[in-house]
Ligand binder design. Structure first.
Ligand code: B1M
Length: 213
């Protein structure tokens, strides 16, 4: 669809205002929010990611693209979050210590809210102790950790250890994800669930909360 292509193109150029207008037009044209997200916004962000990897674009370009992505995603949020009034579970989510990437984490949060879960967003650069303290204070059923850097992935193992040390490991599930994370890594560090994308993370979290109730 032409409009989704235009969203992707404008996102790659960091034209946030255009992206916002185009996303609104796509919503008005009754294109499903999931499709606008996948084929418009995420398509554009993936292309920027490839160019960043190949040194064809640099941090400033990536940042303006990320801003455009967030502005477009904000319009989709109410459509993706078909939430009822009753919370179906409580989770805390954050990007691990040393890591500032939050676009994927924000999408996971949005999709989880769409499943009716209450999500406490700890932001980025989150220390292991912070996840654990929050889970204890807020009675979260799940701790969700996101990491985009191979250098920060090991912090997820520290989160598992911190939960063990605090004596809550049998009361809280730990979910992990982010581009470099794998099911094997999840198993290796003793976390509970790995999912590769935001939609699967939301479904898995909803199932875990249902099982815990
Ligand atoms: Co960064 N960066 N970055 N960056 N950046 C990557 C990750 C990189 C792969 C680019 C590359 O070289 N190809 C590379 C990492 C290499 C590695 O570790 N192997 C990299 C690097 C090196 C860096 C810096 C070190 C660069 C530098 O300064 N020299 C630096 C580190 C800063 C830091 O964190 N301390 C850095 C900085 C930045 C920006 C600030 C410029 C910006 C972040 C802006 C922001 O997030 N607000 C940025 C961006 C945007 C990227 C790329 C281009 C895009 C990431 C993204 O948002 N993707 C990325 C290249 C790429 O991924 N192709 C790259 C879209 C997003 C929707 O996908 O986050 O994967 P993602 O989330 C997915 C899934 O992974 C999953 O669901 C999401 C949607 O389905 N998911 C989960 C995520 N979390 C989950 C949790 C779950 C389950 C699923 O359960 C709990």
């Amino acid at each position: 669809m032409e409009i989704l292509f235009e969203i992707s193109e404008n996102l790659q150029k960091g034209k946030a205002k255009n992206v916002k207008e185009l996303v609104q037009q796509a919503i008005d044209a009754q294109i499903p929010a999931e499709e606008i997200l996948e084929k418009g916004l995420l398509d554009g962000m993936n292309i920027v990611g490839e160019k960043f990897k190949n040194n064809q674009v640099f941090v400033p370009e990536v940042l303006v693209a990320a801003r455009a992505m967030n502005m477009g995603a904000a319009l989709l949020k109410p459509l993706l979050a078909r939430v009822g009034n009753v919370s179906k579970g409580k989770v805390c989510i954050g990007t691990v210590k040393g890591d500032l990437h939050d676009i994927g984490k924000n999408l996971v949060k949005m999709m989880m809210e769409g499943k009716g879960l209450e999500v406490i967003d700890l932001g980025t650069d989150v220390a292991p102790e912070k996840y654990v303290e929050t889970a204890m204070k807020e009675n979260c059923q799940i701790i969700c950790c996101s990491a985009l850097l191979t250098t920060t992935m090991p912090v997820m193992g520290e989160v598992v250890k911190a939960a063990q040390k605090a004596g809550i490991r049998d009361k809280v599930k730990i979910m992990v994800g982010g581009a470099p994370v794998t099911a094997g890594f999840c198993e290796q560090i003793g976390a509970d669930v790995y999912t590769s994308d935001a939609a699967s993370a939301a479904s898995a979290a909803a199932e875990l909360c249902k099982a815990a109730c």
